[in-house]
Design a protein around this ligand. Structure first.
Ligand code: ZN
Length: 595
């Protein structure tokens, strides 16, 4: 655990422009710096770094964060590792804080309980399995039968876990080490007997973006069960975030401009064998939003490739649901269903690369798949059937943040349901706000300020002008605490009022674990262009606070009027509230007249 004041101090000393420029050459553009985004492929720069705010944001793919966040994303470092690297750059050493409950300092991710290097242990295991493959003719024969060359096996580090229960005893000095259990390489029976998790299986090491082995997938050679066995979740391996083959495929994904997501590691390896090198696989889990986000940073097009059977269609639907919120205009998600009985492995082996890529080109766009699935569930010839279709589409459409895609889908859906788009938007409570910037280059997000709710707007204004947090009085803060949806603004105000040298970057880092983190990051992205000067911002902030007060006064007034006024105190309160309400009317009348 690293003390928070240290993180704040560190962020004051490093300059995000230096940190990023070391990895990605930045060019000055007005108040900010820009570059072509390292997280997605693009020709004109939409990756923007603000030196004043110490924050980066990509208007193309939405990647954003502080210097710490950049190192985590770009170099694949953990939070603590990223801080250590930054600290080293400015000559600070990282203090480790003992936890208040007297527990020892938290270890970092790659460290076992007895100080073992977990990454090194995984590498040792991978090397052992690779060596064991060379001594297992029947395993080599099996791979050959599946059409894999020695070259591809080497590229993916394919190995073999021999038969028998304690083979890893030969690979590790201490087979009894607890770290082997932590890493899921060994298990222990109730009687305390150790044994290897993987036995008589073809081994596929799972590698993170930095090239570390973090887990394994093991496939049986014959008919045994389970057919596929993956490492359990460990301190190194989070299934919902990792994708098999991404490390090997990164270059090919950029060159091809797309990535294919398949279901198994054999599919990835078989496709690579046949020259389709831009495939990755999820690891025994459904596709998660984290997966989608990770992939959309690499490329603009994802093609999910599933079996055409019912299980495949269900998996595809889950993938669709988890992709909707991640979509931005200009990004494409498609679905490829192979003919019954085929998977990518069998298909590419039988028909080859060209036929497979032809299938890819004919994959269904997400919008088409969505409409097909929804229409197939009900009877489109009856009003009831069409009403149900709309009912099922509503929650899905509401998740789509990409304005153009949302519009196209609403048009098509209205068509299918036999109503007008205006009727549909009304039904779905979607405001057809004309969104500026379509087709323009890198639309400045701030132009959409009209669609921000007052609570969002307040956070954004305050984040853009931190000093104004000190102008919020205690009474106003108490009022915000009583109103719905202002918790984020309060969190920010509290931070500024209790911090000696507040900064946007330090705040974002302290809010890393806050449930409102996404909201803060979106606000930070909006302020990159500095559209509000402090006076205008203060005026706006006071107007929002007045709005909150008006709501409160009105609510108090109504509550008071529910029964006759009897005591003097109640009458006093009534006079006070009425006066305040009249003042509000005056304010809004004036504001209206002033236009
Ligand atoms: Zn980007």
């Amino acid at each position: 655990m690293i003390p928070k004041p240290f993180i704040e101090d560190l962020l004051h000393r490093v300059d995000i422009v230096d940190v990023i420029d070391r990895h990605v050459k930045l060019k000055r553009a007005g108040a900010n710096f820009v570059a072509c985004c390292p997280f997605h492929s693009e020709k004109s720069p939409s990756f923007t770094v603000s030196q004043t705010k110490q924050f980066y944001h990509c208007f193309g793919c939405g990647a954003h964060g502080t210097a710490i966040g950049f190192l985590m994303e770009f170099s694949g470092l953990g939070f603590v590792e990223a801080i250590k690297e930054l600290a080293q750059n400015v000559g600070l050493s990282v203090p480790e804080e003992r936890r208040a409950d007297g527990e020892p300092p938290q270890r970092h991710r790659g460290e076992g309980e007895a100080g073992e290097d977990l990454y090194a242990m995984m590498l040792t295991a991978a090397q052992f399995y690779r060596g064991a493959l060379r001594e297992a003719p029947h395993a080599i024969e099996y791979l050959k039968q599946r059409g894999l060359s020695g070259e591809i096996a080497k590229k993916f580090g394919v190995g073999y876990a021999p038969e028998g229960w304690q083979n890893l005893e030969r690979a590790f000095d201490n087979y009894q080490s607890k770290a082997l259990l932590t890493l899921g390489l060994a298990k222990q029976s109730e009687e305390g007997r150790r044994f290897d998790l993987f036995r008589d299986r073809i081994m596929f090491p799972i590698i993170d973006v930095k090239g570390n082995v973090i887990g394994f997938g093991g496939r049986v050679l014959g008919q045994g069960e389970p057919k596929y066995l993956n490492s359990p979740e460990t301190p190194l391996f989070e299934k919902g975030r990792e994708l098999y083959g991404l490390y090997q495929a990164r270059r090919a994904i950029r060159d091809a401009g797309r990535v294919i997501v398949v279901e198994g590691y054999m599919d990835v390896v078989a496709l690579a064998q046949h020259g389709v090198e831009y495939a990755v696989a999820t690891l025994g889990t459904a596709t998660t939003p984290a997966h989608v986000q990770k992939l959309l940073r690499q490329t603009d097009e994802i093609v999910y490739c599933f079996d055409g059977d019912n299980a495949g269609r269900r998996a595809a639907w889950r993938a669709l649901e988890n992709s909707l919120a991640q979509l931005a205009d200009g990004k494409q998600i498609k679905f490829l269903f192979l003919p019954q009985g085929e998977d990518p492995d069998t298909y590419v082996r039988q028909y080859g690369k060209q036929a497979f890529e032809k299938q890819l080109r004919e994959a269904l766009p997400l919008s088409q798949f969505l409409l097909n699935e929804l229409s197939s569930r009900g009877d489109r010839d009856t009003s009831e059937g069409r009403a149900r279709l709309l009912q099922e589409a509503k929650p899905l459409l509401k998740q789509i943040a990409a304005p153009m895609l949302s519009l196209m889908l609403r048009k098509q859906l209205a068509d299918v349901a036999g109503i007008t788009q205006a009727e549909l938007d009304h039904e779905f409570q979607i405001q057809s706000v004309a969104k500026p910037g379509w087709g323009a280059k890198a639309p400045p997000i701030v132009k959409r300020e009209s669609v921000m709710s007052p609570p969002q707007r307040l956070v954004t204004l305050l984040l853009g002008n931190l000093a104004l947090c000190n102008r919020v009085s205690d009474e106003q803060a108490a009022m915000l605490a009583g109103a719905a949806d202002y918790a984020a603004a309060l969190e920010l105000i509290h931070y500024v009022q209790t911090t000696e040298q507040p900064s946007v970057a330090a705040f974002l880092e302290t809010a890393r674990d806050s449930p409102r983190r996404a909201l803060f990051e979106n606000a930070a992205a909006r302020i990159l262009h500095d559209v509000w000067d402090a006076d205008a911002a203060e005026h706006d902030i006071q107007r929002i606070l007045l709005g909150v007060e008006e709501q409160k006064v009105l609510a108090d007034y109504r509550r008071l009027m529910q029964k006759p006024l009897t005591t003097e105190a109640e009458k006093d309160q009534w006079r006070r509230l009425s006066r305040r309400l009249a003042e509000f009317k005056g304010v809004s009348a004036k504001a209206g007249a002033g236009g």
